[in-house]
Design a protein around this ligand. Structure first.
Ligand code: HDL
Ligand code: ZN
Length: 409
């Protein structure tokens, strides 16, 4: 391995990461936090894969309790076939991080090693194993269970940041109106200026409660902007004005097609090619707003990278969900480096279970490290002197600093 490649891999292996999009919660949000072997095994990625192997009906699978589901998934993906998929290999990597041999130690040992009721100490141990400095959660003010935790103002510690998730507000205005009215906000379906001002008040109230780093919205593949719909008006006249006033980015996650197979429940969503035009319109019409953007479809990635060249208020982030594979992380990262240099957020884990961060970031460091090593080696081959502190600066930007600079800009 050349000196340059070694320096790049060392920098990537040692960088402390900000994980800007996860579904993790601190131990104080006990009903919402997920850790431990049975939660690792019943990740919806693995459920979908196991149901392709086994001969259980959807109903039979969902009728089992979590431990029985985990045992069944283990048999399907780790005994009947070889765990070479991203998610199955991830379980192996988690086991290996605890010095277990999953072939011989099997699921029982994983249950022994991982902690389903984590303490602060365990959480810090896992985040440190992954080299993750802090994570950003996904926080829904319309989730009744989650609301109760926020109302108690429970401590969440310095390693769990909030992001205010707006899917319910933006996807179900008619359903939200009575709920907001019951909380004392004077809103109505006709969405008058008074109603929009009340939505802005609602958003600011939750900013005061959660102190989010950004607002987020998972948009369908059909997302359009501008559009004369409640969603279009809420974005333009409620969300973006509050984001501008409080200097908060809006994260747009575009391309999901929810519940293409409802029988798979949490595993039933899929992907669809979306249009880049709404992002161009938003970035151009609202130059004082900041947009984190990620698309779910492989086919949208090139247009996103080109759009980021056109608009400095667009920050591409991560290789999301079905794109978080060795092949596509390498392709997307290479494409972004070649079009916009090290000026994006390289990855997020989307972890749903605490121990996910171990394999998600081990894989990201490996794949992104290889791409970066190629790029710096190509540069060195021209005679440009590649310096160790330049590499460290760029790697920290991709895995950490670009996120914070954009949030605080
Ligand atoms: O909408 C989202 O934030 C997605 O990441 C979904 O939560 C999805 O189910 C997921 O976990 N993807 O990794
Ligand atoms: Zn997510």
């Amino acid at each position: 391995m050349t000196d340059v490649r070694r320096l790049v891999h060392e920098a990537v292996q040692s960088v402390r990461i900000t994980d800007m999009h996860t579904h993790l919660f601190p131990p104080s949000f006990s009903a919402l936090q997920k850790s431990g072997a049975d939660n690792v095994m019943t990740y919806h990625y693995l459920i979908a894969e196991a149901l392709r192997v086994g001969d259980l009906s959807y109903e039979q699978f969902w009728a089992m309790d979590t431990a029985a589901q985990a045992d069944w998934i283990w048999t399907q993906l780790f005994e009947k076939v070889t765990p070479v998929s991203e998610a199955a290999l991830g379980v192996v990597q988690i086991a290996r991080a605890f010095d277990l041999d999953p072939r011989t130690d099997k699921l029982a040992a994983l249950r022994e090693a991982l902690d389903a009721a984590p303490t602060e100490t365990y959480v810090n141990r896992i985040l440190d194993m992954a080299g993750v400095e802090s994570v950003v959660m996904t926080n829904d003010p319309f989730d009744e269970i989650e609301r109760r935790y926020w109302e108690k103002q429970l401590p969440r510690g310095p390693r769990f940041h909030a992001a205010l998730r707006l899917d319910v507000l933006l996807n179900d205005w008619a359903g939200v109106v009575p709920r907001l009215k019951s909380q004392g906000y004077d809103v109505g379906e006709e969405m008058t200026e008074v109603h929009l001002a009340e939505v802005r008040r609602f958003l600011k109230d939750w900013v005061g409660i959660m102190e989010p780093l950004y607002f987020a919205f998972s948009a369908p593949d059909t997302f359009a902007f501008p559009e004369q719909t409640p969603r279009g008006k809420l974005i333009a006249e409620a969300i973006l004005p509050v984001c501008r006033e409080l200097k908060l980015p809006l994260a747009l996650m575009i391309g999901v097609r929810r519940q293409v197979n409802p029988a798979l429940q949490s595993a039933g969503d899929s992907t669809g090619k979306a249009s880049i035009v709404p992002i161009e319109n938003l970035a151009r019409q609202f130059p004082d707003n900041k947009f984190f953007v990620t698309f779910l479809s492989r086919e949208d990635q090139h247009e996103l990278a080109v759009t980021a060249r056109k608009f400095g208020n667009v920050m591409p982030f991560g290789c999301w969900w079905f794109l978080n594979t060795e092949t596509l992380v390498a392709e997307i990262t290479r494409m972004r480096l070649e079009l916009i240099g090290p000026t994006f957020v390289a990855q997020h884990s989307d972890a749903r279970v605490l121990e996910h961060v171990i394999y998600k970031w081990q894989r990201a460091r490996h794949v992104i490290g290889n791409v970066l090593a190629d790029k710096y080696q190509s540069l060195a081959d021209t005679g440009w002197t590649v310096r160790e502190d330049d590499i460290a600066r760029d790697v920290d930007a991709l895995f950490n600093r670009n996120f914070w600079t954009f949030v605080h800009r």
